[in-house]
Design a protein around this ligand. Structure first.
Ligand SMILES: Cc1cc2nc3c(=O)[nH]c(=O)nc-3n(C[C@H](O)[C@H](O)[C@H](O)COP(=O)(O)O)c2cc1C
Length: 351
């Protein structure tokens, strides 16, 4: 039933298809699949992950369908990006399918209902089945904000205590100037203030903090981010967001659209960043690998390249709701074939 309704969605323009999915997922009653194979479970950054596959930020921007997404089998969910105030985002159309490339280009620009609404939505979850599940909150800044860093600090104050972990998103290509926060002086200042804020507020001082970065950074920029993260007790990095680069191999006519490219063509690029970061950080901080994962073997490759956990978004829109259960089976087969006992034995094995 779920799979056949999914096929109909592809007939709609992508942003409408997404709104319909969110509405349907809100009301769909899932049987909770809480029996992941112990081979897939890991204790990391103080949290128990039943399996390593997470929903990447951007699908559930307002924390409206968290329960249903756990029902699809994800091991953790990242909601957001949430900005302090609600905002509409950029002009439509702003999501484009690249069917021949299994990819998407989006230029959404942090459309979301704002921190107050998201706070309400997540508070409601606390009384439901998902109480002990892992829900990360991805924070961003408003387009018109006068001080970007203040927006992240506000997000931490408002939402930090409801999050299993906090992600500082400084890598979306669709908010002007945002990615400059990744540059040396800026990121150092940002990270120092984030860590100070975490120390200041008792209810969040044990919350892991991740920084989500772009795949379009050069070697020097990656090195700076690794050193600053290590020096300031950042718990982990999410690698990567979408890219503004277009590979020559893209076939779909929508390749000319502006925005961030995600899906299959991003797989190798984001893996390269992951491998470099694993080397630069000596495996000392947790890396979440994201970009172009569409099956169990992709997931395995990311973990071999240094990721402890992975996330995906685009493949879900191409393959549908049964994808995650299938990927978990494939992952277990790969672990067994290579003679490992647990997914954590695989981390960084090919670096
Ligand atoms: C439509 C769309 C919206 C997204 N919105 C966000 C967002 O709000 N915040 C964020 O950090 N990443 C966002 N992303 C990026 C994803 O989280 C992910 O990093 C990227 O798509 C690569 O993974 P994938 O190839 O599995 O999609 C978005 C991606 C897509 C396709």
């Amino acid at each position: 039933m779920l799979d056949s309704s999914f096929k109909i969605l592809k007939l709609f323009p992508p942003e409408l298809a997404h709104s319909i999915s969110i509405k349907a997922l809100k009301y769909y009653n899932f049987n909770f699949d809480s029996n992941d194979d112990p081979m897939l479970s890991q204790h990391l950054i103080g949290l128990d992950f039943p399996n390593p596959i997470g929903l990447a930020a951007g699908f559930d921007k307002n924390a409206e369908v968290v329960k249903s997404m756990f029902g699809l089998g994800f091991g953790f969910i990242e909601v957001g990006t949430v900005t302090p105030k609600p905002q509409r985002g950029n002009q439509k159309p702003r999501i484009f399918r690249l069917d021949q490339d299994n990819a998407i280009i989006n230029s959404l620009g942090f459309n979301n209902k704002g921190s107050k609404k998201v706070k309400n939505n997540i508070s409601k979850l606390k009384n439901s089945l998902v109480t002990n599940r892992i829900v990360g909150i991805n924070l961003g800044k408003n387009k018109d904000s006068l001080n970007s860093i203040d927006d992240y600090l506000f997000g931490m104050e408002q939402l930090g205590n409801l999050a299993s972990y906090i992600t500082i998103n400084i890598s979306s290509p669709n908010t002007e100037g945002l990615r400059n926060l990744q540059l040396r002086g800026n990121i150092e200042n940002l990270i120092k203030q984030i860590i100070l804020k975490r120390e200041e507020i008792e209810s969040i001082n044990k919350k892991p903090v991740f920084i989500k970065i772009s795949p379009d950074l050069n070697e020097d920029q990656l090195r700076d981010i690794a050193l600053i993260s290590l020096a300031n007790n950042i718990d982990g990095l999410i690698l990567t967001n979408t890219t503004t680069n277009r590979t020559e191999t893209l076939l779909s006519k929508n390749k000319v659209q502006k925005g961030g490219l995600s899906g299959k063509p991003l797989f190798q690029t984001s893996n390269n960043i992951l491998r470099k970061m694993y080397n630069l950080t000596n495996g000392q901080i947790t890396l979440i690998g994201v970009g172009g994962i569409s099956n169990g073997s992709d997931c395995y490759e990311k973990i071999k390249s240094g990721a402890s956990l992975v996330q995906l978004y685009t493949a879900l829109t191409f393959s549908g709701p049964l994808l995650i259960s299938k990927m978990k089976k494939e992952l277990i087969d790969l672990i067994k074939t290579d003679g490992y006992k647990n997914i954590s034995d695989v981390i960084g094995k090919s670096v």
